[in-house]
Design a protein around this ligand. Sequence first.
Ligand SMILES: [Zn+2]
Length: 479
Amino acid sequence: MGKKNKQFVEKVTAMEEDFAQWYTDVVKQAELVEYGQVRGTMIIKPYGYAIWENIKDELDKKFKETGHSNVAFPLFIPESLLQKEKDHVEGFAPEVAWVTHGGEEELTERIAVRPTSEVLFCDYYSNNIHSYRDLPKLYNQWGNVVRWEKTTRPFLRSSEFHWQEGHTAHATDQDAAEETDRMLGIYADLVEKYLAIPVLKGRKTDKEKFAGAKYTLTIESMMHDGKALQSGTSHHFGSGFAEAFDITYLDENGKSQYVHQTSWGLSTRIMGALIMVHGDNRGLVIPPRIAPTQAMIVPIAQHKEGVLDKAYELRDQLKNLVRVDIDASDKTPGWKFNETEMKGFPVRIEMGPKDIEKNQVVLVRRDTGEKEFIALAELQDRLPVLLEEIQQNLYEKAKAHREEKTSVAKNMDEFKAALEENPGFIKAMWCGDTACEEKIKEETTATSRCIPFEQEKVSDTCVCCGKEAKELVYWAKAY
Ligand SMILES: [Zn+2]
């Protein structure tokens, strides 16, 4: 075995042994990212970016279908502007990166590198919204933001990350509420239908909501190790920011009114979910609808006459049907098999001299490892169907896993036992008091993930204090 081969089959740590190390190994060996020079930053490599781009394209299409326009706002925020909304600045202050110098010269006012862009949009809206005719404003921007994190991990928590942030302004509270719901629905759809990850939809508690928001809606997903991941949030601001930034419009009766705003975001963190929900000890498993390469052709004994020609011919036949590629490099078939598995391509198409003789190929599914011999004449019908089967199977598997990892607790003893014995979501009733939420976090490190839209009553009393319960909450340890 050559040096290159040895390097590649270098073992990925088993996830049962050390999940965090498994994650780091996969991210590196599947060539998704590399660490940047400044601690906590990352270089997203071509394969990682191609996956993100597919997510991005799908979302962008949905944003535009629902009437949103893309814009690009500055990277910098003057300190005085960031200070304008009290809760907002308090929420973000500990993570802000500050620019203090321009060249050699010290600036008279510090400039923040945007941790999020609410204040920039609010400032803009206060100058550009005058009449009810100017509403709604439905803006989105694709960009990067900086939050100075103490502990960082690729995709999950990085000092700089890529995302989209939507910022909208509406005439009424009801309009803003509908927008908040609509965008959460778009996120849930993308994550469930494209990423094959089932989500819980719900509202954040006041303690966990966005700094400055009236309320925050969230989608939460369950990772393989039993930890939850917040996968997208949509915030209703009410008129709080509008009052701080004086964003008013004249209604149809000529009366001055505050606008009602929303913001919503989905970031490269979702890549972490993709890895941790579907991945296994052989590497990534990418759902077909989002996979940059849905099928990889691996020629066997490609030095033999006619094999490569036939493989290229096959690629050309399939390329308008699925996203297909061919590995015609001089690496061994074994190396190529490993790589298709590491990168999580949904299907591998093997084709050697014997297959060519029989007018067939071998299809190998990444999700189950199952092999299927299929006549060339039937391949164009079979392949898209197989990809859909894989997509469905990944979703069902993830859903079954989430169910397995969901417990019910009626008191703190049951809560702690569930966390210990079967880490995952815990469904428990809550009285609505932040003190109970804080106590649970302190005693167990689990946090409230959401108050699900689909409510159930698993008991009458709060899991923590025993007083009358108001609502069901999903709790979990989270990334
Ligand atoms: Zn309580």
